[in-house]
Write a protein that binds this ligand. Sequence first.
Ligand SMILES: [Zn+2]
Ligand SMILES: [Zn+2]
Length: 253
Amino acid sequence: MIGCPCQVCHSSDERDKRMRQSIYLTTKQHRHILVDTSPDMRSQFLRSNLTKLDFCFITHDHADHLHGIDDVRPFCFGPPSKDIDIVIFEAHRQILETRFSYIFQRQKIFNEKNPYLGGGLPLLNLHIISPGTQTLYGEQFTLFELPHGHGITMGIYHEGMAYVVDCQEIPPAAMTILKGNTNVLIIDCLQRAPHQTHLNVTKAFEYIREIAPKRAYLTHMNHDLSHVDFTKMAKDQFGASVTPACDMQQVLY
Ligand SMILES: [Zn+2]
Ligand SMILES: [Zn+2]
């Protein structure tokens, strides 16, 4: 955190340098999918040398998961130029359309009198979907709702991998999808103390026990705990099957 004097914020351990939350999926069918366009997206892509993108999910409309969206534009340039779909729940449409009107309402804003100059506009289209199991671009996903403060977050299940971030609980409908079906669980785990909009360590550990995945990765941590301390805390309870995730980590599922 900017200006924070704590030990984690000044740690020399690379695993304590936590950029904003997102994941990038490379599927067996060679699809390349980004989940969330964080304000760190540009730096994350540049340092990972990732050059491909077929579409994006946006889990919810909070700034830390969304505000890097303009940096998707190099993937649209081509040649040939291509539009990229942004897959969201209906609940998040209005905020995306108003906050990024130059992207999602570009047909209204730019016209013959006021043409867009320069050619650098991100060519993104909203693809609204409902919760449930569906095939998207040849891949089967099960999407579910997670409560997050006053709003909801999209939970994502794909071929044994479940991505559960930004939620203060996992409701029964989502647990039915996850329990017994999850090999790799990537789960919200903000800090030790309870939090109004996120899972804390106690709640995340309870859900991991109930879902019983083969492996679980804790994510979306703040600076409450270092990677080393988090690792120890998880190991004491679960052995090596539960670990904190870190930036640039690659996970097979
Ligand atoms: Zn959030
Ligand atoms: Zn978040």
